[in-house]
Design a protein around this ligand. Structure first.
Ligand code: ZN
Ligand code: FE
Length: 257
C-alpha cells in the first residue's frame, strides 16, 4: 500500500492511499489533483472518505463521482454532497482489501469523523486520517464543538500506538510550531522537530505524516495536562488550573497569536 499527500489549494493535502490498482482519497476539496494522480499512476478510485462538511474537504466530490465509480463515506450532515453512505463511530469499512475503522471526533465540527487503518503487520504502522481535528503541532479551531469535546477527541488519538502515522488535512506545521515554542521554549524535542520541519519546508516537502508519538512530545494541545504547559497558559488566562482550562486557554490564545 502506498500513501501520497496531494497538495491542493494553498495548504491542503488530499491523502491518496492505493494498492497499485485501486485507490481511496480522503477529503477531496478539489477533483483535479486527484484525477491527475489517478491518471499518472493508472489507478481506479474506489472510495472517497470524508471527515467533515467544510468546503475545502468536499468541493471535489461531485466531479470525482461523475468521473469515477467511487463510493462516498462521510458523516451525517446536510451539506454533504449526495449520494453518500453515512458512517459513525465503530463502523468498519472494507476497502482495498483493508479494514478501516471510523472514529467520531467532534470539536472542529460536531459531526467530524476520523478514519483509522489499524496495524496489519508488526512493520506496518497504523494510519490515521484525522481531517481538521489534529494538526502537527496544533489542532483544529472550535467552530462547532466545545473545548471538552475536542479534548475528548484528541484523547482518542492519544490512546493510539505511538508510531501511528498522522495524516492531517493541512500543512500548518511551521506556524503551529511557532506557537508551540512560545508555550514551551525549552522543550528539546520540540526544538529538534522545529528544525527538522524548517528543513523539510525549505525543500518544499510536506512535514506530514507526523506520528502520535511525536505529537505527544511537541504538540501543546496534547500536553495541556502538563504543569509547564499550564504555567505558560496562565500568561493568557490566570484562571488556568487544570487540563481543560489550559486546553481552552491555549485554543483561544492560538486564535489571535
Ligand atoms: Zn475544516
Ligand atoms: Fe480544512
Amino acid at each position: 500500500m502506498k500513501l501520497l499527500a496531494l497538495p491542493a489549494f494553498t495548504d491542503n493535502y488530499l491523502w491518496l492511499w492505493h494498492n497499485g490498482k485501486e485507490a481511496l482519497v480522503v477529503d477531496p476539496g478539489q477533483a483535479a489533483p486527484v484525477l491527475e494522480a489517478l491518471a499518472n499512476l493508472n489507478l481506479s478510485l474506489t472510495a472517497i472518505l470524508v471527515t467533515h462538511h467544510h468546503k475545502d474537504h468536499i468541493g471535489g466530490i461531485q466531479e470525482l463521482q461523475e468521473k469515477t465509480n467511487a463510493s462516498v463515506f462521510g458523516p451525517e450532515h446536510s451539506q454533504m454532497p449526495k449520494p453518500f453512505k453515512t458512517v459513525k463511530a465503530h463502523d468498519r469499512l472494507q476497502l482495498l482489501g483493508q479494514e478501516i475503522e471510523v472514529l467520531e471526533v467532534p470539536g472542529h465540527t460536531l459531526s467530524h469523523l476520523a478514519y483509522l487503518v489499524p496495524r496489519t503487520t508488526p512493520s506496518k504502522a497504523a494510519l490515521l486520517f484525522c481531517g481538521d481535528t489534529l494538526f502537527s503541532g496544533g489542532c483544529g479551531r472550535l467552530f462547532e464543538g466545545t473545548p471538552q469535546q475536542m479534548l475528548n477527541s484528541l484523547a482518542q488519538f492519544k490512546s493510539l500506538e505511538d508510531d501511528t502515522q498522522v495524516c492531517c488535512a493541512h500543512e500548518y506545521t511551521l506556524s503551529n510550531l511557532k506557537f508551540a515554542l512560545h508555550i514551551e521554549p525549552h522543550n528539546q524535542a520540540l526544538l529538534n522537530y522545529n528544525a527538522h520541519c524548517q528543513m523539510l519546508r525549505g525543500q518544499n516537502l510536506p512535514t506530514l505524516p507526523s506520528s502520535i508519538g511525536i505529537e505527544k512530545e511537541i504538540n501543546p494541545f496534547l500536553r495541556a495536562h502538563r504543569p509547564e504547559v499550564q504555567q505558560s497558559a496562565k500568561h493568557f488566562d490566570d484562571q488556568v488550573c487544570d487540563e481543560l482550562s489550559c486546553f481552552a486557554a491555549l485554543r483561544e490564545w492560538k486564535n489571535t497569536f
